[in-house]
Design a protein around this ligand. Sequence first.
Ligand code: SF4
Ligand code: FES
Length: 378
Amino acid sequence: MKDQQDQPRDLDGNPVTPGLPMAMLAEVTHRCPLACPYCSNPVELVRAAGELPANDWGRVFREAAALGVLQVHISGGEPGARRDLAQIVAHARDAGLYVNLITSGIGITKARLQELDAAGVDHVQLSLQGIRPDMADRISGHPGSWDKKMGFADWVTEIGFPLTINAVVHRQNMERLPDMLELAERLGARRIEVATVQFHGWADLNRKALMPTREQAVFARQIVNDARIRLRGRMVIDYVPADHHAAYPKACMGGWGSIGLNVGPDGTVLPCHAAQSIKWMRFENVKERSLSDIWHLSDSFNAFRGTAWMPEPCQSCARKTVDFGGCRCQAMALAGDARATDPVCSLSPLHAEVVAAAEADAAADTAEFIYRRMSKGG
Ligand code: SF4
Ligand code: FES
């Protein structure tokens, strides 16, 4: 067992018992045919040779189900880059998990999608980069991506999967958000996730091309609020706002180590997809320790549980159990300190500086992207 000193605690020094994770993101590969300038995978990608074999994923899924996980999001990179994807899906189904496939729709044929249906995929989540061929192909860095995605969406409907659209928004497409919502409706989606680009990892290299303006952030929030009323009962809208322009940060991951976990292609277990940007933190691997031990006992998962770790002004703030001090990876990126109050918070001493930098980037006269590509040999 862990040293009592290392247990997460509240501000009165009482030990905090972690809840159980409901969802697991299984990033089965980092390989991807797209080159999105805001890719959320770590800056250091895992190569094909380092990926966990399908049988190992089977063990991880069984451990996840025993731990309390109900649904697995099988993602990447592009999960279709794995030839054994149907086997991986079948293992997840055998473990009793609800299986959501998160895909770009590129590289999965109709026959393969039928095979994945038979293997146990319950739900499909398709990423869209734009609402027109030129926009989608330019942002994804993949000529022809739009046509392939629209064809894929048709197969999803034909086979009868429930569909979620995943739309990342930023300065170069935010004004087309109403069209994106309309497209999602037309494709028969039951849910759309509208996520403003998060500026850590690769996206940080493209701040000047992607940072939305304050006016765009206000516009997007209004569009989402109106659409939620208009589409009630037909399509659910999940929204990750542009928090550089908000008063308070988002409750990232619903709180560190509280409701979900990520397993990377090589079996590294992370409290969130960007956690490896916190360089001093050591992350454990399913090859060396059980998922349950990692969830309950590892230093990485316990690092930001409870409230005792929080600095001021979070410790004295009424929102500390609402947003949990914001995003640790954003604190790392903007303050250089993962333990800091998320600097997008209006109560952070760094807030004015962060807003000034965001506004300068939003006003930058560039549309050029630094694309994300895995070098040869991936
Ligand atoms: Fe959240 Fe901390 Fe800001 Fe309060 S001070 S709103 S807890 S980030
Ligand atoms: Fe890591 Fe927010 S992305 S805590």
